[in-house]
Design a protein around this ligand. Structure first.
Ligand SMILES: Nc1ncnc2c1ncn2[C@@H]1O[C@H](COP(=O)(O)OP(=O)(O)OP(=O)(O)O)[C@@H](O)[C@H]1O
Ligand SMILES: [Mg+2]
Length: 274
């Protein structure tokens, strides 16, 4: 059962209810030497509801990670408005922000880089449980590993004793332990062997379906996006050049840049044929 509400948690949103609403988000970086301002994210708006999945695609450096981090309050923001679970982040005090933080969990590209090399899987879970005692009682370590299709025998392994796919599943398990309402996955499969990529994506999808969490997925791989997400925004140099349902955007892209992305894909003929 994952729907129980820990003390102080915002009420569970119904399917489709907004989890994250971002309006006109701007992230600027100032070059320390020249003083020049670089706009990494330029007036981006997005919306994602409970149980929904939204992909952010675009070439390297287009601002995907910066957007995801700023949109979830985990990274700096110069302007714009963010509502997470119906709460305006700018209107919250420190302790309220801290209480909201576990509602958003991020899975990064490099699983080994996200895990503490000195911590076994079990002690990593224990640390999270200590940080969030109420939120994390809903599942045992063994059951948690089973949820991500790993053997409980891996509990006493250290990160270097895990394959890339196993380590990424451990990262997903750590996110899942917190029962987040929003999972941000930043290129979650691009560091993995091709043979395990599909399994990890299926797992993320299954978690979204069974827990009702929203999924914000960053990827440069349009085939991945199409298989996992319902909606997509396409970024180019910090701006959204196209947004909509994946099927629609991929079948009939309106922006030249989206067409270029699709054409650059290996086997790009899939674009218009199903
Ligand atoms: N702290 C920073 N200071 C200055 N510029 C930054 C900073 N962080 C990011 N940038 C710049 O902002 C732009 C967007 O970076 P970001 O990491 O969001 O791109 P991305 O789309 O996630 O790329 P990738 O696909 O390679 O991960 C890049 O040009 C990057 O160099
Ligand atoms: Mg990135």
């Amino acid at each position: 059962m994952v729907t129980g509400t820990a003390a102080g948690r915002p009420p569970s949103p119904a399917p489709g209810d907004p989890v994250l609403v971002v309006d006109d988000l701007v992230v600027e970086h100032r070059n320390r030497t020249s003083g020049e301002i670089f706009t990494a994210v330029d007036r981006v708006s997005l919306r994602i509801g409970a149980g929904q999945s939204l992909a952010v695609v675009g070439e390297s450096g287009s601002g995907k990670t910066t957007l995801a981090m700023a949109a979830t309050g985990l990274g700096p923001r110069t302007g714009g408005r963010i509502e997470l679970l119906g709460r305006d982040l700018d209107a919250l005090g420190r302790s309220e922000l801290r209480a909201l933080r576990p509602e958003v969990q991020v899975v990064f590209q490099d699983p080994h880089g996200s895990l503490d090399p000195r911590q076994s899987v079990r002690s990593g879970f224990a640390e999270l449980r200590k940080l969030q005692p109420e939120r994390t009682t809903w599942i045992t370590d063994e059951a948690l590993l089973e949820r991500v299709r790993l053997s409980p025998a891996l509990l006493d392994r250290y990160p270097h004793q895990l394959s890339g796919g196993q380590a990424q599943r451990v990262c997903i398990a750590r996110a899942l332990l917190m029962r987040p309402r929003l999972i941000v996955a930043d290129e979650p499969t691009s560091g993995l062997d091709v043979s395990v990529q599909a399994d990890v994506l299926r797992l993320l999808q299954e978690i979204r379906e069974t827990t009702g969490a929203a999924l914000l997925m960053i990827s440069h791989d349009l085939a991945v996006v199409r298989s996992v997400c319902e909606a997509v925004i396409v970024m180019f140099r910090g701006q959204v050049v196209e947004a909509g349902a994946c099927e629609q955007v991929f079948r009939a892209p309106t922006a030249d840049y989206t067409r270029e992305l699709l054409d650059a894909m290996p086997g790009s003929r899939w674009r218009s044929r199903r």
